[in-house]
Design a protein around this ligand. Structure first.
Ligand SMILES: NC(=O)C1=CN([C@@H]2O[C@H](COP(=O)(O)OP(=O)(O)OC[C@H]3O[C@@H](n4cnc5c(N)ncnc54)[C@H](O)[C@@H]3O)[C@@H](O)[C@H]2O)C=CC1
Ligand SMILES: C[N+](C)(C)CC(=O)CC(=O)[O-]
Length: 326
């Protein structure tokens, strides 16, 4: 193991970003960084990756233009590299978004560490693996961090940052500051909670939803309506803690706990996940198809993007409108 050098430039001075893996999330990161005015180099081993990536960026661009592009932002600042080494040779920050397979991530992060300039911070988009488990074979594990985004990374602000046991503190601090400068909303985690904070919360909700679908207690449509017509409206601007504090009236959270605490224990009971057997699998997939009612994935992506922009605008969270470019 080598000592981790400090990053070659300050987070504010980064101009060149490498995105490794260019699927749903890697492509979303590419769109985000381009819209923020960075030069982006992407690499993905799939033969059709470049065409798919450019389609994704083109589909995201109208939403990003509505949000306001940074000065000089352009899709022409995207380069697709032929090799991993070429992609990171010049990078000042690397975002890895390859498939969620532990061995693949371990090998890939070690390869990126071998190829990227010394000290450059390398972040993984993993949605659940602790960095401690992924950094085991890298020569300089100190510069490897998790930077967990939310889909699509070009619209959902949150990114969760956390290091592993071998990550040096300055890499975590640097990454958090970089994402902040790049327009993200950052939570820097104190420890490696499996699945990180927000995924644990949404997976807990989803686990309960799967139980209800498996037991025939609710349809997929009812699950979704119960959130979009109910708590989801509040959660866009006020989290579950403060929202429930208001359930206690003038007594706030203390009264809420005194009043409802004992009765709330019944919905807290299902701690184990249901078996994801074929019946449940089919019920969830068919239910989503029925709910989509003929809308394609592209239709739903456009609907979601517009919905997120409307919510950001309505809650005063749009970045300053800036000059539109290409
Ligand atoms: N899909 C989602 O909603 C979210 C996914 N994530 C995380 O982002 C990462 C990527 O997930 P998705 O974009 O959904 O997957 P995806 O399947 O859409 O994209 C993965 C891409 O990686 C490429 N790839 C395959 N082997 C590779 C390698 N050895 N090196 C580099 N690239 C390689 C594939 O060709 C593909 O284009 C995963 O770690 C996932 O957990 C994080 C947040 C949300
Ligand atoms: C489904 N997922 C676990 C990969 C989702 C995430 O990690 C975050 C998100 O976008 O909701």
């Amino acid at each position: 193991m080598t000592a981790t050098p400090t990053p070659p430039c300050a987070p504010e001075d980064v101009r060149r970003v490498a995105c490794i893996g260019a699927g749903v999330i890697g492509g979303g990161w590419v769109a985000h960084f381009l819209a923020r005015g960075y030069d982006v180099t992407a690499w993905d081993p799939a033969p059709d990756a470049e065409a798919k990536l450019r389609r994704l960026v083109d589909a995201a661009w109208p939403a990003l233009t509505q949000l306001g592009l940074a000065d000089g932002a352009s899709r022409e600042r995207l380069t697709v590299a032929a090799t991993l080494e070429e992609a990171v040779a010049d990078a000042q920050f690397v975002q890895e978004s390859a498939p969620e397979k532990l061995e693949l991530k371990r090998d890939l992060l070690a390869d990126l560490d071998a190829a990227a300039p010394a000290g450059v911070v390398i972040a993984s988009s993993t949605s659940g693996y602790p960095m401690t488990d992924m950094q085991t074979t890298a020569t300089d594990p100190g510069r490897l961090v998790v930077g967990h985004p939310f889909n699509p990374p070009y619209l959902i602000p949150l990114v969760e940052v956390v290091g592993g046991e071998q990550t040096v503190e300055h890499a975590v601090t640097w990454a958090s500051r970089f994402y902040d400068v790049a327009g993200k909303s950052v939570i820097t985690m104190k420890s490696e909670v499996p699945g990180f904070i927000a995924n644990r919360l949404q997976e807990a909700l989803w686990r309960e939803a799967l139980h209800m679908v498996a037991n025939g207690e609710a349809t997929v449509q009812e699950i979704d309506d119960s959130i979009t017509e109910g708590p989801g409206l509040r959660w866009a601007f006020m989290g579950p803690m403060l929202t429930f504090a208001l359930a206690g009236g003038e007594g706030g959270m203390a009264h809420m706990l005194d009043h409802f605490g004992p009765s709330l224990k019944s919905p807290w009971t299902r701690l184990e996940a249901p078996e994801l057997d074929k019946k449940l699998y089919d019920a969830v997939v068919t239910g989503c198809d029925e709910e989509a009612a003929g809308r394609t994935i592209a239709d739903l992506v456009a609907e979601r993007d517009q919905g997120v922009i409307d919510v950001l605008r309505a809650t005063g969270r749009l970045p300053q409108q800036r000059k539109d470019t290409t």
